[in-house]
Design a protein around this ligand. Structure first.
Ligand SMILES: Nc1ccnc(=O)[nH]1
Length: 172
């Protein structure tokens, strides 16, 4: 019998029956959202203790919201339901590997694990290529597709100093 180390087991194609069911739900959401004209073919569900606590499907084009990716929608739904800005002990099931925006949102939300079905490469083939955004991260600001220029940093800094001095703040 081969005994897999926990981490390598997570990295392998193996999955539990429960994980399979949850991913099927995320994939179903991706198809439904697309069929209903909500937006692109992406679905996401968030699970805690075996219970679905948040759902989302891509709603970019129907809500005129470029941030309305399935993962962001599901994180908002889950956080609202949990009345918390963190998703501790939660698992995210997304029908496609997250884009850089959702990756950031996921790290801020701090779930336990992320399961994805389609890969970034699959997404690129379907017309959703976000590799250029990953590439932008490594470029000097003046070489980015969208130029970034720092202005009035000394004024904005005062607010950060005030934050550091502030008592009774909610840290995150
Ligand atoms: N992974 C994703 C890529 C693009 N849009 C989404 O909603 N999700």
């Amino acid at each position: 019998m081969i005994v897999l180390h926990k981490k390598s087991e997570f990295n392998s194609q193996k999955m539990t029956e429960q994980q399979k069911i949850f991913m099927k739900m995320a994939i179903e959401l991706s198809q439904k959202g697309m069929d209903l004209g909500k937006g692109g073919p992406f679905g996401c569900i968030i699970v805690r203790n075996g219970e679905v606590i948040g759902k989302g499907s891509n709603s970019v084009s129907s809500t005129n919201d470029p941030t309305a990716h399935a993962e962001v929608m599901a994180i908002r739904d889950a956080c609202k339901n949990l009345n918390n800005f963190q998703l501790e002990d939660c698992d995210i099931y997304t029908s496609c590997e997250p884009c850089p925006m959702c990756l950031g949102a996921i790290y801020w939300a701090r779930p336990a694990r992320v399961f994805y079905a389609n890969s970034k490469k699959d997404a690129a083939k379907a017309g959703f290529d976000d590799q250029f955004i990953y590439d932008e991260l490594d470029l000097p600001y003046h070489q980015r597709k969208i130029p970034f220029k720092q202005i009035l940093a000394d004024e904005a800094k005062i607010v950060f100093e005030n934050w550091l001095k502030k008592e009774n703040k909610t840290l995150y």
